[in-house]
Design a protein around this ligand. Structure first.
Ligand code: NAD
Ligand code: UFG
Length: 336
């Protein structure tokens, strides 16, 4: 079975492509390489033995999408392509809405023309805003987002839901990721942020490898056990497997399917610093700084729905997340 993977050269997409190939599914990748390197294709091949078909193109270019659907008998689309930096989205809202919202609309239109009506969309726990309580179930209210990136995810969820209402023969799966971290256990693939990392785990890894002096811990006065922010970190390999489970169980069945992909467990910033120190065998320097604007105290998933309906559950521990990140970082200190 052929599946079009938009943004398949990126962090989560590349790991998902490897797991797809191992499950006998053929990924066809489109990526404009705005946040990825072509070398990722070699790494996918080194791990899986297969170099997927790759189109260097933009999802906003409808003619490229149309020609891919003509050339290949594609059964479904996994839609990762998008911009994802929260701070940058505040500075460049038009670019974010164009890439994330318009890009998704162009994709959906091309799919409709081609008669491909199965899409799995990369959404985010950010659509829940600051939740009234934890753990978060899929029925919590969405939309109270705090930045253009989060709003773009919410808008795409709404657009795709409306598309389903207009034509219930579509299969639309919205996967709300919590905090993806970790790397492929071979150390050949991992997260390769450009510039200063926005996210906790790549920042810690770059401090440990000597690229940065120390981590800024954004606030230790939250109402959490140690005062630092608590998140649901999920291993990128578990997340990749979650996509396969979604594709297998609901991804080809008409309906609007919505799932949290998390572990159901929260870890604090200091828990992650400690776990990483264990993994790399040395202390990770940090200092306590003021809170970061827009951050929430805690966020973790209720995972029962995914477990019940997709037969999927995250199995990899925080220890594996930190050890695999360290293996990748040591082998690729400057990224790809
Ligand atoms: P990533 O930046 O590593 O991957 C996205 C890929 O899409 C990149 O390879 C980029 O070059 C490509 N791309 C971007 N715009 C494109 C366009 N217009 N046309 C073609 N290709 C384009 O990011 P990731 O961490 O792998 O995230 C994948 C998806 O998951 C994104 O939609 C992101 O918003 C979502 N998500 C990520 C996280 C996270 O913390 N990593 C959390 C929740 C949701
Ligand atoms: N943090 C620090 N120092 C840093 C970076 C982060 O202390 O240098 C703290 C944050 O304050 C927060 C925790 O580490 O408490 C996690 O922060 P991240 O930036 O790694 O992740 P967020 O939970 O803020 O957001 C991430 C993605 C969003 C996505 C969200 C939910 O960046 O795009 O997870 O999926 F929407």
């Amino acid at each position: 079975m052929k599946v079009l993977v938009t943004g398949g050269m990126g962090y989560i997409g590349s790991h998902t492509c490897v797991q797809m190939i191992e499950a006998g599914i053929e990924p066809i990748i489109i990526d404009n390489l705005c946040n990825a390197k072509e070398m990722v294709l070699d790494r996918i091949e080194m791990i899986s033995g297969v170099a997927p078909a790759f189109y260097h193109g933009d999802i906003r270019d409808e003619s490229v999408l149309d020609s891919i659907f003509t050339e290949h008998d594609i059964k479904a689309v996994i839609h990762f392509a998008g911009l994802k930096a929260v701070g940058e989205s505040v500075a460049k809202p038009l670019e974010y809405y164009d890439n994330n919202v318009n890009g998704s609309l162009v994709l959906a239109r091309s799919m409709r023309k081609a008669g491909v009506k199965n899409i799995i969309f990369s959404s985010s726990a950010t659509v829940y805003g600051d939740p009234a309580s934890v753990p978060i179930t899929e029925s919590f209210p969405t939309g109270a987002t705090t930045n253009p990136y989060g709003r773009s995810k919410y808008m795409v969820e709404e657009c795709l839901s409306d598309l389903f209402t207009s034509d219930p023969s579509w299969s639309i799966t919205l996967l709300r990721y919590f905090n993806p971290v970790g790397a492929h256990p071979t150390g050949l693939m991992g997260e390769d942020p450009q510039g200063i990392p926005n996210n906790l785990m790549p920042y810690i890894a770059q401090v440990a490898v000597g690229r940065r002096e120390k981590l800024s811990v954004y606030g230790n006065d939250y109402p959490t056990p140690d005062g630092t922010g608590v998140r649901d970190y999920i291993h990128v390999m578990d997340l990749a497997d979650g996509h396969l489970a979604a594709l297998t169980h609901v991804g080809l069945k008409s309906g609007l399917h919505i799932y949290n992909l998390g572990t159901g467990k929260g870890s604090s910033v200091l828990d992650m610093v400690e776990a990483f120190s264990q993994a790399c065998g040395k202390g990770v320097a940090y200092e306590i700084c003021p809170r970061r604007a827009g951050d929430i105290a805690e966020c973790w998933a209720n995972t029962e729905k995914a477990e019940r309906e997709l037969g999927w559950k995250a199995t990899r521990s925080v220890k594996e997340m930190t050890e695999d990140t360290w293996r990748w970082q040591v082998a690729n200190p400057q990224g790809y």
